[in-house]
Unconditional design. Structure first.
Length: 186
């Protein structure tokens, strides 16, 4: 990607973004590090889950979070259809789980048969075993944002499923790849 001018800028000039605009945005926005999690829900008596990195704690009072989901995805349809969902924040050791649940074309049946999980006490949604932290949420708002839906949820229950040192080793997404961020090394 080439950027112009002394500030190395890319200015969007067309009414609709061009391929070059989209590539510039993809490259530059990849410079934001974000945590990696799994969103899960039970919809029509079936487990649904997918890897996400677009997650944001919104408010502490009441505890509220937001997740960004591609509007045409199975997980988006399931989360909006069920009204409740869970978010498990992954540790670096769970990169295999993140890879599996981010793979396009995953099977609908047996999706979670390859990953260890427990059921959430409030929603029954899958909570990834060994997660850095987990939250169960009730959807309170849905907002359209380009090709995604922003799902806002109020926390129903939350917890942690790991002892000691693993809590200091979250899985992060940066520059299009998974990585580690050990506490105390920043």
């Amino acid at each position: 990607m080439e950027l112009d001018g002394p500030l190395h800028a890319h200015t969007l000039t067309a009414d609709e973004p061009t391929h070059a605009d989209i590539n510039a945005f993809r490259t530059l926005s990849a410079d934001m590090a974000s945590g990696v999690g799994v969103v899960s829900t039970v919809h029509r008596r079936r487990d649904n889950a997918a890897t996400v990195s677009g997650v944001l704690p919104v408010s502490y009072d009441p505890p509220t979070m937001l997740v960004s989901l591609y509007e045409q995805s199975r997980i988006c349809e399931a989360v909006t259809g069920s009204g409740t969902w869970a978010l498990s924040l992954l540790t670096a050791e769970q990169q295999g789980t993140a890879n599996w649940l981010a793979s396009p074309g995953n099977p609908v049946e047996g999706l979670l048969s390859q990953v260890p999980f427990t059921r959430g006490p409030a929603t029954g949604a899958a909570l990834m075993s060994g997660a850095l932290a987990w939250f169960e949420l009730k959807t309170i708002a849905v907002h359209e944002a380009a090709t995604h839906l922003l799902i806002v949820g109020e926390v129903l229950s939350m917890g942690r499923d790991i002892p000691g040192a693993a809590a200091d080793d979250p899985l992060i997404h940066f520059a299009g790849e998974y990585g580690r961020l050990r506490r105390g090394t920043v």
